[in-house]
Design a protein around this ligand. Structure first.
Ligand code: SAM
Length: 367
């Protein structure tokens, strides 16, 4: 499949992907960052995007005027189509704010199944501000993460230990100064006949527990100096910090937005890098149906994924093309090539197809 950039209302574009591109069940990862029902307009003045939603100057990038139940219904219609496009190992991440996000969560539970809800990720979006408003300062928004099934693509992400983590979690040092900690070599549960319930150096595992591995491996670890014996003769396994690839990523992420974005509400590239590395593989297709300036597409491309971006705003398409153009080539990353399609709102794709043509305006431009 060719990478695709589509200009048009995503309701038409998603139907096009399902019916014309036969992509039902083929998309492994969807990230969407729709308008947040702010009842505002987002503009760009002299190449600089406004970061507030009620701007009255500049060129209109997009308007965010649907609110309340109308907004929820607008999203629901699109999420139903997005679910059809998701593969069985697929994931969807939806970026939203704290004002409307909880209503969106309830609606997404209905569409994707509450059993497929994985996380409500808190994203720290900015530094504290001193607005004189009653209530606590708001520095976060939320990302709702669902999977299509029980077996999604999951490349466990790791983050590096901080200096404090290292001192706290690996308090001991060996004779060469290498930091380590120790963990028990037994685990809950007894095995009747297995090798892991036999004596190791004449010691049986404590009652109700078994050795974490077979006796041969324990002997080998001991020979290599990887077992630490306490003064009371209790064996524990040494775990060295320099052999660990970091700690588990938790559900509070700090990815602050750019101070001078090129597109209003443009998201942090690192945020998309993390999502794409974790929930897709190299052969995956990644879709963003509200792509704005193309942040998702850039990350997808940089990690060798196929991608599809949709937006109905001229300025968004322009910003996306520029962002893609800015990707530098290297040994592993080629300049992006993609098919550009416009789906005209007056002639929705379904109508044009019934006329025997692909779309009202279908420019196959390879950039
Ligand atoms: C919050 S911005 C996305 C910003 C993007 N994540 C980025 O990093 O640049 C939302 C985008 O959704 C687009 N949009 C809103 N309604 C749409 C619709 N019905 N079809 C296609 N795009 C739409 C807007 O034009 C806007 O660019």
């Amino acid at each position: 499949m060719e990478n695709l950039l589509i200009k048009g209302d995503n309701i038409n574009a998603l139907n096009f992907l399902l019916k014309e591109k036969n992509l039902k069940g083929k998309i492994d990862l969807i990230y969407i960052d729709p308008p947040f029902a702010t009842n505002g307009n987002f503009t760009i003045t002299d190449g600089r995007a406004t970061t507030i939603s009620n701007s009255k100057t500049g060129k209109l990038a997009y308007s965010d005027k649907l609110v309340g139940t109308e907004f929820i219904e607008f999203l629901r219609e699109r999420l139903i189509l997005l679910k059809e496009l998701l593969s069985d190992k697929g994931s969807i991440y939806l970026h939203i704010d704290y004002k409307i996000g909880h209503y969106v969560k309830v609606m997404m539970d209905e569409v994707f199944g509450v059993e497929n809800f994985r996380n409500d990720i808190t994203r720290i979006k900015c530094n504290p501000k001193n607005f004189k408003r009653i209530g606590y300062g708001n520095i976060k928004d939320m990302i709702l993460f669902y999977t299509k099934s029980k077996n999604p693509i999951w490349n466990e992400p790791k983050e590096p230990y901080t200096r404090e983590d290292i001192v706290r979690l690996f308090p001991k040092k060996d004779k060469n100064g290498r930091r380590y900690t120790t963990v028990p070599i037994h685990a809950p549960g007894e095995t009747q006949n297995g090798n892991s319930s036999k004596p190791f150096k004449g010691i049986l595992p404590p009652k109700g527990r078994h050795w974490r591995t077979d006796i041969e491996t324990l002997e080998k670890w001991d020979k290599e100096g990887l077992i630490e014996w306490s003064s009371t003769g209790n064996p524990r396994k040494k775990i060295y910090v320099d052999e660990r690839d970091g700690k588990r990523v938790q559900d509070i992420w700090e990815f602050k937005d750019l101070q001078y974005p090129t597109y209003p509400t443009e998201k942090n590239q690192g945020l998309l890098d993390l999502i794409i590395k974790t929930s897709s593989n190299e052969e995956s297709i990644v879709l963003d149906a509200f792509c704005g300036s193309g942040t998702t597409l850039k990350s997808a491309h940089s990690f060798g994924r196929k991608w599809i971006g949709i937006d109905k705003s001229d300025l968004a398409i322009e910003a996306t093309k520029n962002k893609l153009k800015g990707i530098s080539e290297n040994l592993f990353v080629e300049k992006p090539k993609y098919e550009y399609i416009e789906i005209n709102e007056v002639n929705p794709i379904t109508m044009v197809i019934s006329n025997g043509r692909l779309s009202a305006k279908n420019q196959n431009i390879y950039e």
